[in-house]
Ligand binder design. Sequence first.
Ligand code: SF4
Length: 159
Amino acid sequence: MFVLLRHLQRVRREAALPPRSGARSLAVRHLDAGSCNACEHELTATAAPQYDLARFGIGIVASPRHADVLLVTGPVTKRMEGPLRRAYEAMPEPRLVAALGDCALGCGVLGDRAELAAPLEELLPVAIRIPGCPPSPEQIAEGLLTVVRAPLDPPAGRR
Ligand code: SF4
């Protein structure tokens, strides 16, 4: 039984993996800056067997020191502005910021409240935008895969 399951898993991965050339991995640090948690539900679903983002080299890491991408959900509350900036400062270069959901994109889903600091784009340079309230696992996967599949920069001296 376990042999069969392992075989099925291998076949599924081989059939779904992107082409080897130009492929790379992506370490993602998620930061909830004040969301309603629906975006987190959809993000969690991307790790489920139906989507299994790990097979594309995308993984969630526990520390911003190990991250390539800071994935932010929520509209950035005043309490979370400091942790957000510290997480970004702790990341090694090159680093990217991804806004997951309409709140992180500053669409004002939760209104103009005194508890909110500022739109994420006014605090950090947002490179990846994943709209939706909440976005579906497919949209989240597509947003992150654009980075994995982007052409690599040529080595220094060959530009
Ligand atoms: S974008 Fe929608 S689902 Fe995501 S945190 Fe905001 S209100 Fe919640």
